[in-house]
Design a protein around this ligand. Structure first.
Ligand code: ADP
Ligand code: ZN
Ligand code: ZN
Length: 728
């Protein structure tokens, strides 16, 4: 009898034993349906054994082996096991969480067997010359057919029912494997688009990255906005694809995908490109995932979670905009897709390219220390110049609805030249606060420690943290004053101000509220390209990656609020964001200009942005981090706790700190503190930071600590560990 150890989506760090009679199905990586409690659950077999520590009479059988996709390959399972250990997250949640949602269920759609095809295994190759098949002609012929395929990954569908039976027998012997049949969506109708001749810097980068294509190396492609980083990726990908390899390209946001996807498809028309991100319909995502697994998809373009795609012929990993915070998952298993990309490249012994105009300090530090290689692109590929950046001081200046006269004048100038302008304000809604000028009262969310944001035109208050909406109060809850005023500016208020200041201008607001509908953002981009729009107002959605030929002015409002944040990464992130948004201006013939409106015109961060001097500013920040004992000079983890009452969360953390005292070697365990946003969605949150100069020591500590914490009874508290936290 085979015993299978199954990963299930439950928050305990163990596998569950079942017995399984189906010899073919008991393979590692297979998805199975098993009884769990009184329900049926989908799990993944991680181990197969002949014995179990569980009493035989208590072992339950696997209900069914789900065969709609191939078993997960060993290397993906190795990655998931690593994640479970490194991020201290229960293995079952890690494994099931890595599957596309469709495959987490045994729904009608996914349990129906799809047409199959078959490929040879190494054992089958060896068996073909043995005498074992002498008395089984049907199997011998079937194996011979598999042997004729160009390579081991190429699969064929059975021609007849008899052949299908023979092929299935081969699978039972381990000589062949079944794969889901996928029609590769290759687009061979349009000839591939020719590549432009590379600049000398691009060429040097491509040469460096291609020198040892079959060896692990992490590379930073450090290139200013518009320097042609994408072109470098495409050139490095070409030989990899030609040699039959697969490429995984991670990108931060869905909003970026259409342009990039179109470029990749245009260049590699003959190869199948699939995308993986949360905006895809469930079925499409599952299908794309299966195509990656079967090897039919040669290029996978995806966001964070695409790092968990099975890719049998993975030969290159690219992480575009590697500094982007969205690569870090901030709930559940809190992984960093960028860090895992490096891990996967090492696992496959292949290169990984991290691209950015403003690398994360972790990556940049890795280059300075010689752990990563690097290539620089210091000029724009099309010869355009970086925009001129002006600091517009608001000190002693009368603003018109939040806009300085200089900003309005610059916009007016573009209007006269029929060029486009962008006003960047990273805050949606009308005003971030509604206040009572008489007593200072401001409505807050009853579930979060946050102010309610005023939205118009149908006025309502909305919490941006939990999504709670409510009507605008008619009077102050404290003093009864009916004259409540909006304070501060959001995209809607700036939109109204610009409409008033430039009545004939066509104004387009681009934020999460206006782009929620599927396809809305694509339509907007087209209208910008057609020049149906004069003035853009946008949040960070607009900061990244887009190329708007008619845009020659970017005005940044309200950046100041990140200057004095308590988060030690705030400066790094603001700098990156400003460099990105500045990079939108003047990417073609039009010279670009950027105005940063600020009450702190002397701030060194703005000075650094103004001179486009990443290296100098990074050196300053790194020196500060080293002095203060912050990453990348320290390795951190945060124990996060939440409960209905803050006292319970704090008490749990104090107990946890005490319990760690006996084994806290080479690590510093700080005092618990309420989270910077203490209340979220009705739960009170607190946290405890631990850090060490040694990653190994930190993880030795975390290993023991999680054992202790899991042993304890903490009925009122939910906790988890955030390894390498981004925000503390
Ligand atoms: P980045 O990703 O660094 O911001 P892109 O790869 O998007 O830059 O390139 C910016 C623009 O320059 C694009 O329009 C691209 O087509 C163009 N470009 C890139 N490389 C070259 C080149 N070698 N010659 C001419 N144009 C190029
Ligand atoms: Zn809320
Ligand atoms: Zn009041």
């Amino acid at each position: 009898m085979s015993i299978v150890r199954v990963a299930l989506d439950v928050p305990v760090p163990t596998l569950f034993d079942y017995h399984c009679e189906d010899a073919g199905g008991a393979q590692i990586g297979a998805r199975v349906l098993v009884p769990f409690g009184r329900k049926q659950a989908v799990g993944v077999v991680l181990e197969v054994s002949t014995h179990s520590t569980v009493d035989r009479t208590k072992l339950r059988p696997v209900t069914r082996v789900l065969e709609d996709i191939e078993p997960l390959p060993d290397d993906l399972i190795a990655l998931l096991r690593f994640c479970s250990e490194y991020y201290h997250h229960p293995i079952g949640e890690v494994v099931i969480g890595a599957l596309p949602t469709r495959y987490r269920r045994a729904g009608a759609a996914s349990s129906r067997r799809r047409p199959r095809s078959f490929a040879i295994t190494p054992a089958g190759r060896a068996a073909s010359s043995s005498s074992a098949l002498a008395r089984r002609p049907a199997q011998r012929r079937a194996l011979a057919r598999l042997l004729q395929q160009p390579d081991d990954a190429a699969s064929v569908p059975p021609n007849t029912a008899a052949e299908q039976r023979a092929l299935k027998q081969l699978v039972v012997h381990g000589w062949a494997k079944e794969t889901a049949t996928e029609v590769a969506r290759t687009d061979t109708s349009t000839p591939p688009e020719p590549a432009p001749p590379l600049t000398a810097e691009q060429l040097a980068a491509v040469r460096a990255f291609c020198t040892q294509p079959k060896k692990f190396r992490a590379w930073l492609l450090h290139g200013i906005t518009g320097s042609g980083k994408t072109e470098v990726y495409l050139h490095v990908m070409a030989p990899v694809l030609a040699a039959g390899g697969q490429v995984l390209m991670l990108i931060p946001e869905i909003g970026l995908t259409p342009q990039l996807e179109a470029r990749v498809r245009a260049r590699f028309g003959g190869h199948s490109v699939v995308t993986l991100h949360s905006a895809l319909a469930e079925g499409e995502r599952a299908a794309n995932w299966a195509m990656a697994q079967s090897g039919a998809a040669r290029i996978v373009l995806g966001t964070r979670s695409a790092i968990f795609t099975p890719l049998p012929r993975l030969a290159l990993v690219v992480v575009d905009e590697e500094h982007d915070p969205s690569f870090k998952q901030i709930e559940g298993m809190r992984y960093s897709a960028r860090d895992l990309a490096i891990w996967r490249a090492r696992q496959y012994d292949i290169p990984v390219i991290l691209g950015s105009a403003t690398p994360s300090l972790e990556t940049y530090h890795g280059v300075l220390k010689g752990r990563y290689g690097s290539a620089r692109l210091t000029a724009r590929a099309n010869g355009s110049l970086l925009p001129r950046i002006r600091i517009v001081s608001t000190v002693g200046v009368k603003l018109m609805e939040g806009l300085a006269p200089q900003v309005l004048a610059a916009i007016e100038q573009r209007r006269q030249r029929s060029e486009q302008a962008l006003v960047f304000i990273n805050r949606r809604g009308y005003a971030p606060v509604l206040v009572c000028p008489a007593c200072g009262w401001a409505p807050g969310c009853h579930r979060c420690s946050a102010r309610m944001v005023l939205h118009k035109p149908r006025p309502a208050l909305s919490c941006h943290h939990c999504g709670h909406d409510e009507p605008v109060p008619v009077a102050c809850a404290d003093c009864g004053n009916v004259d409540l005023r909006p304070l501060g500016y959001g995209t809607q208020r700036i939109e109204a101000a610009l409409n008033a200041a430039f009545p004939t201008a066509r104004v387009l607001r681009i934020d999460r509220d206006t782009t929620r509908k599927r396809g809305a953002w694509t339509d907007m981009r087209l209208s910008i390209d057609r020049r149906d729009v004069d003035l853009l107002i946008g949040t960070q959605l607009l900061a990244k990656g887009h190329d708007f030929p008619g845009l020659s002015l970017v005005c940044v409002l309200n950046a100041d609020r990140s200057l004095y944040s308590t988060d030690f990464r705030a400066a790094e992130q603001l700098f990156a964001q400003l460099m990105q948004v500045a990079g939108r201006a003047g990417r073609r013939e039009l010279p670009g200009e950027v105005l940063i409106q600020t009450a702190f015109p002397q701030h060194p961060l703005y000075r650094a942005v103004q001179t486009h001097d990443y290296d100098a500013y990074a050196a300053t920040l790194l020196a500060e981090r080293e002095q203060a004992g912050f990453p990348p000079f320290m390795f951190q983890a945060v124990l996060r706790a939440e409960a209905l009452r803050i006292e319970d969360a704090m008490a749990f953390l104090r107990t946890a700190a005490l319990a760690s005292a006996s084994f806290a070697e080479l690590v510093t365990v700080f005092d618990p503190t309420p989270a910077s946003m203490q209340r979220l969605k009705g739960r009170e949150r607190a946290q405890l930071l631990v850090q060490s100069a040694s990653r190994a020591a930190l993880h030795r500590f975390l290993d023991r600590w999680t054992l202790v914490l899991r042993d304890g009874k903490h009925a009122r508290v939910r906790w988890d560990i955030d390894v390498d936290p981004l925000g503390i």
